[in-house]
Design a protein around this ligand. Structure first.
Ligand SMILES: C[S@@+](CC[C@H](N)C(=O)[O-])C[C@H]1O[C@@H](n2cnc3c(N)ncnc32)[C@H](O)[C@@H]1O
Length: 234
């Protein structure tokens, strides 16, 4: 089965376990700072229209809705969207990224803020990033929070490639493993450039006790129309 289908299948099968883990605060890195980091980064841009890409059970969509945003959450997992809808606080739609790239009108917009919190898991992400950038308002921001490449590499090679999340470290059993694509920082910067986006800010929220990075947080905006892309420099 292609990786993208495996990712989709895992989020259908893991929907209940994931919802428990998120809603009962069972994910240590989220408690330690990544939830607060993404909410803080979103807040200045979240007063108008907000799109939460890969919203899962909807915690961030609800938080941004409560902060005054008009929020739409999208996710390919129908059971997670059902769970999000039941909790309310935003509009929710079942949609896969490939479908949004093929039918960009489904992305509607323009959006003042688009956010993807730990939701970009596939190898090919440039077409999605480009499609999202094209639906941003001129002053809008695309915020991406993802695993920190240095921490995620651990003792393994610092090299782009597929990894497997077993969810073994979670205190609730997850029925399915999930493939995900590990990206170095250089690859992130290349993907951003190829998508016609510009990096406005890069943050590395750190664990308050250990000082180790908890995540990589990227604030992106649309590239200038017609401006030359940075490309490789000597
Ligand atoms: C780790 S969860 C994060 C959920 C949520 N953003 C949060 O912070 O709790 C990843 C989410 O991305 C969604 N996702 C992954 N690949 C997707 C795709 N190709 N199309 C739509 N949703 C996708 C999954 O269904 C899942 O809900």
């Amino acid at each position: 089965m292609p990786h993208s289908d495996q990712i989709h299948a895992s989020w259908e099968q893991n929907a209940a376990a994931w919802t428990t883990a998120v809603r009962e605060g069972l994910i240590a890195s989220r408690r330690a700072g990544t939830d607060a980091a993404i909410v803080d980064a979103c807040r200045p841009h979240a007063t108008g229209s907000v799109l939460d890409v890969g919203c899962g059970e909807g915690w961030l969509a609800r938080a941004l809705g409560a902060a005054g945003g008009s929020v739409t959450g999208i996710d390919a997992s129908a059971p997670l969207i059902d769970t999000a809808r039941a909790a309310g606080g935003a509009r929710y739609e079942v949609a896969g990224y490939a479908d949004l790239v093929a039918n960009p009108h489904r992305l509607s917009g323009p959006w003042g803020l688009i956010v993807a919190n730990f939701a970009l898991l596939d190898e090919e992400q440039v077409p999605l990033l480009r499609a999202l950038g094209e639906r941003l308002a001129p002053t809008g921001r695309l915020l991406v929070q993802t695993v920190h490449p240095w921490v995620a590499a651990g003792d393994g090679a610092y090299q782009d490639g597929w990894r497997t999340e077993t969810f073994a470290a979670f205190p609730v059993p997850f029925p399915a493993q999930m493939p995900w694509y590990f990206r170095t920082l250089a690859r992130w910067l290349r993907d951003i450039d190829q998508a016609g986006l510009r990096l406005c800010r890069l943050e590395e929220p750190a664990h308050p006790e250990t000082g180790r990075p908890l995540s990589l947080l990227l604030a992106l905006k649309r590239g200038e129309e017609g401006a030359p892309r940075s490309g490789p420099q000597p």
